[in-house]
Design a protein. Sequence first.
Length: 260
Amino acid sequence: MTIFAAEAPGRWLPSPLSAGPFTGLQGGAVAGLLTAEVESLGAFNNWGMAVSASAWFLRPTPLARLRTRVTVVRTGGRVAIIDNTLWPDDELDPCATVRVTLMRNSAVEVPASKVVQPDLIPPEFCAPTHRVAAHGGPWFMDAMEMRVGENIVWFRMKRLLVANAGPLSQVLGPADWAHGIARPVHNVVADPNPNLTVHLARPPIGEWLGLRSRVSWEPSRGMGVGGAILFDEQGAIGCVSMAVALKELRKTPQSRLETP
């Protein structure tokens, strides 16, 4: 079972596991859906690997039937740039849009150099952690396994976003948490991100994606930024960044981290 079911080309039905912690769907799930559709077209058209996705969340996406529309911005040479936009099936105003960059492989010869990889605590030695949504119901975090270690948080998707989802679309969901796992303070303000950008140097190897996050807040302006280096168990594979819009948090008993 996938998180989004394809009812027809460009027509999608989200499951409850696509929900965010508050109103609407999780941004990473929405960005992943839009990117997965582009990755599928990229494979069919030989556009290459999806190496970057920049998503903008224009308004909350409802848990309802959705439609998407792909627009080709540029193809040719090694690089293709493709847009994909999402609407509720019966509405005219879009909820989100994503621009995906795809690139064909082209090996180059460079002098051999030793790459020093940072020490990573493997996920099996990190503490299992689960986060409960403010609404108390199923949500996107339930589709992932999360493990917290020193200076790294590991995620493993337990469900595919869509059938035959590509590497970048599966990374976007966990990467969307970069600003939330390194907050300067907890349970004080909400920090939704109006955008999300992920770059990949290579596809992840294995099921686990690690985030080493850094966050900067300016509470007097109600703004901030979040970001992380992305890892698999072999080493660094890319990075993520997003803007943060700080707002007062409506506290509920469920809005906390629960660690067994």
